[in-house]
Design a protein around this ligand. Structure first.
Ligand SMILES: Cc1cc2nc3c(=O)[nH]c(=O)nc-3n(C[C@H](O)[C@H](O)[C@H](O)COP(=O)(O)O)c2cc1C
Length: 164
């Protein structure tokens, strides 16, 4: 870390590289809108508050999942297990309509689907949406959590999955 401090905004590639060095878990954020299951891969996820229990996810403004979730008002954050790297890529594939085809799901208490085999499911109702530049920051109030402590979480860093 000997580089001189930058006084200007980083180039997008440098910013992407810098953020890629922060190891993150991988989730699939799901919702159900007009009877249709919708979801996508999201690593921009964090807890926000313990009391009340709040979490946040960031979704690109042009995300179809964002559009559906904003309408349904509920979502589920499915934290992926180490062996679910393929599923992460399937739910990230641009424009794909068959993301749920190979995955068993269970309807959650708020309608958003829980994906089979995940480490944790966090069911939320949408509480707030904030401007996040080219993303929208969505804050959810947690309604229910389901965790399988026997599973190891998937980790994404520098554009690849660890231990995959
Ligand atoms: C590991 C990984 C993490 C991702 N994290 C995010 C994220 O935090 N927010 C986001 O908007 N897109 C993220 N994406 C990209 C979306 O999954 C991708 O743009 C997807 O096609 C959006 O689908 P939708 O328009 O159907 O919602 C990620 C992709 C991968 C592979």
């Amino acid at each position: 870390m000997s580089a001189a401090p930058q006084s200007h905004a980083p180039e997008p590639a440098d910013f992407r590289k810098a953020m890629g060095s922060f190891a993150a878990g991988v989730t699939v954020v799901t919702t159900c809108h007009d009877g249709r299951l919708v979801g996508t891969t999201v690593s921009a996820f964090s807890s926000v508050s313990m009391d009340p229990p709040l979490v946040m996810v960031c979704l690109k403004r042009d995300s179809r999942t964002l559009a559906a979730l904003s309408q349904s008002g509920t979502f589920c954050v499915n934290i992926l297990a180490r062996e679910q790297g393929d599923l992460a890529y399937r739910f990230a594939k641009s424009g794909a309509d068959d993301r749920f085809a190979l995955t068993a799901v269970e309807a959650g208490m708020c309608g958003a689907p829980l994906l089979d085999g995940c480490v944790t499911a966090i069911e939320c109702e949408l509480r707030d949406a904030h401007d996040g530049g080219d993303h929208e920051i969505l804050v959810g109030r947690v309604l229910r959590v389901v965790t399988d402590e026997t599973k190891t979480p998937l980790v994404y860093v520098r554009g690849a999955f660890l231990n995959a």
